[in-house]
Write a protein that binds this ligand. Structure first.
Ligand code: OAD
Ligand code: ZN
Length: 252
């Protein structure tokens, strides 16, 4: 366990906050054994995002894309939420208003107990038809390499993940922007802040007066805008926040 003291001025601001928001990226799930994208050992160092995470890539080789998503689904289904996810799930009980916005598709936040999660990049659990958009509700077993097809129109089925070059779900982005504009305390956790529009949210929050905190072992392009940065793994820092907030509030 790391031994750091959280600054008192920050904790006092947090305890008084009415509207707290968290933005997470792949780094929050790193301690659950799920690889990030842009770290030196990350997925995009080994795999080509144009082949695996774009509509063009999918249409030219759907089998390759399905192989990759089924491989990731398996890893994700075996992974467990870590102390970082669990600390974030506790936050809804500690503040009058709390919102979690995530770029992650792994649903580990929900499995840790977070609800009403704003999913900016969709999720890896659901699927839909590329031709008529109808959700595909059956389990996909790609062992036999047979591409799943839409029951209604015969179109190809794809995972409900936002790919490169695609729009984010409209409602999710609207909600995330309005949370960033109104939050008085905003955390950016485990994201490289390289992918827009998500990377803008901490900046929007700061420009609208929020106290902004980054938790990431590495500095990012937005670190300089933060009121505080903690260069440690999220699963180690976040439980300290929960402990200290409870202490200040006189809870055990
Ligand atoms: P990245 O892989 O770009 O960044 C992960 C960040 O997590 C890096 O800045 C790491 O330093 C940090 N990190 C690693 N271990 C950590 C830990 N234990 N605690 C806290 N932070 C840690 O992932 P994202 O920022 O999420 O898009 O990437 C954004 C989007 O790009 C993803 O949603 C994905 C990808 O292409 C889609 O899937 C649509
Ligand atoms: Zn269809």
């Amino acid at each position: 366990m790391i031994k750091i003291e959280l600054p008192d001025e920050m904790l006092q601001t947090l305890v008084k906050a009415n509207n707290v928001a968290v933005l997470t990226g792949a780094g929050i799930s790193a301690e659950s054994g799920i690889q990030t994208f842009r770290d030196p050992q990350g997925l995009w160092a080994k795999f080509n995002p144009v082949e695996l995470a774009s509509m063009d890539g999918f249409m030219s080789n759907p089998n390759l894309v399905w192989d990759w998503y089924q491989y990731r689904r398996e890893i994700i289904s075996k992974a467990k939420p870590n102390p970082g996810h669990i600390a974030i799930a506790e936050m809804k009980n500690l503040f009058p208003k709390f919102t979690l916005i995530t770029q992650n598709v792994d649903r580990l936040h929900q499995r840790a107990g977070s609800d009403n999660v704003i999913e900016l990049h969709g999720n890896i659990v659901e699927n839909y038809c590329v031709s008529c958009n109808t959700p595909f509700l059956e389990n996909i077993d790609f062992e036999n390499k047979e591409l799943p097809k839409c029951k209604k129109c015969g179109g190809l089925i794809r995972p409900n993940v936002v790919w490169f070059g695609e729009m984010l779900p409209y409602d999710a982005l609207q909600d995330a922007n309005s949370v960033a504009e109104t939050a008085d305390f905003f955390f950016s956790i485990g994201t490289s802040a390289e992918v827009y529009p998500a990377a803008n949210l901490p900046i929007i929050a700061k420009n609208h007066g929020a106290y902004v905190v980054e938790i990431n072992p590495n500095a990012t392009s937005i670190s300089g805008y933060m009121n505080q940065t903690f260069n440690y793994p999220a699963g180690e820092v976040l439980p300290l926040f929960i402990n200290d907030i409870k202490k200040i509030k006189g809870e055990k």
